[in-house]
Design a protein around this ligand. Sequence first.
Ligand code: CA
Length: 239
Amino acid sequence: MKVYSTTDIGRKRHTNQDFIFTSEGPTGNLPNLFVVADGMGGHNAGDFASRYGVSVFVETVRRDKNFNPVKIMRNGIEAANREVLKQSRSDPAMAGMGTTMVVCTVVGGYAYIANVGDSRLYLADDNAITQITQDHSLIAEMVRLGELTPEQGRNHPDKNIITRAVGTSDEIRIDFFDIRVTEGNQILMCSDGLSNMVEDRRIHEILRDKGTKDKARALVDEANANGGRDNIAVIVIES
Ligand code: CA
């Protein structure tokens, strides 16, 4: 396994509300663990939400005695949801904050994935790049319902409205996916600061470019070259 990861403030924002966690070694009973979180909320609430949400998630995974990766990820995200919500209710300056969270662990040729929000996980091979997660955003749901075309969705002004987040309500709905990962596959996890700024086709080209030393940095550079309108978080896992 080879991992590239980085997060960047971008060109327009004054704070970086994206947060990542990567561990190629064990975290609790998981053999490896990768998380991308994109916080929302005013002042310092957004960056607190992503950082704190991930730290509660990782600590919960560390203490979890379960062996089922789906159960472990669920317990971790539910704990993060409770704790971020508790903070948001106890401090008026933090009211309404929340964070996206996409989580991945690779166990015995399979990647187990959990997702809340509009950060993404893609699987890439030589031929194609495929988005595995579904965006929990208003616009993505309208595209899925056929109310907007994918092209209309891509540049829609309401694109940043998300329909699910960690830390915004007592109930949390988490999507789970498991995918076969074979040699030469690449997993890309990212915030919308990448996926809104760089087309999937171009992301795929960069991932497949054998001359690129640090693929996470190369993707961030491309997002910034295209305007860098948002914070950018990227994890690339090569198996
Ligand atoms: Ca973002």
